[in-house]
Design a protein around this ligand. Sequence first.
Ligand code: UDP
Length: 236
Amino acid sequence: MTKYDRVLLKLSGEEFGGGKLGVDPDVVARIAGEIAAVSRAGVQIAVVIGGGNFFRGAELRQRGMDGVRADYMGMLGIVMNCLALQEFLEQRGIVTRVQTAIAMGQIAEPYIPLRAIRHLEKGRVVIFGAGMGLPFFTTDTVAVQRALETHCDAVLFTKNGVDGVYSADPHLDPTATKYDELTYDEAISKNLRVIDQTAFTLAQENKIKLIVFGLKPEGNVLRVVEGEKIGTLVSS
Ligand code: UDP
């Protein structure tokens, strides 16, 4: 028995690159294995991927680029991650659909929420690409928005190199402590940066659970959907 019927998994782009620019096929293949295990357990799963392994709008903006164009580059980078994940899921025999917020008919369906729900009901893994299709957003916020619109029970955030929400960045502050549970109010008032604040606010307004955890050890995504308490639960 799993705890959730339908979840949205948010993966960071940095994870896909294995710390470098571009896509590391070994890493993506391993993540695809985790998603396949969840799907085979009978849980409907949709995915939002970031694009930090290609371009982050904020970084390009700091280097003198027009911010809007930089954000669109970020969104296009995300689509490459989506196709990579689709490839490795299909290699495992999992049926997938990529839906993008910016139309690109040769490689993906347009984002149509009711159609996405139908795919999920049929057991297909739906990968949402190109973010929200709008500059000035990040994929954390997109993850919560897509989860709400497709009626997911929870948003599972995997974060690069951390196994939950900490009082400060554990890479920079050795005294940082991990929270097992947090309320939305606490996450917002403490200005915790592990997920962006807009995403916390949207989740709070709509009371959708967030679970923040690390991809190591292997099998964590399945553990979370089975109800094992790992990482940090953010709820009301
Ligand atoms: N982006 C955007 N609108 C969106 C989603 C993403 O403009 O709806 C752009 C933005 O420039 C962002 C980049 O795409 O920096 C990559 O996404 P994100 O930084 O969320 O990726 P992650 O940090 O999760 O890898």
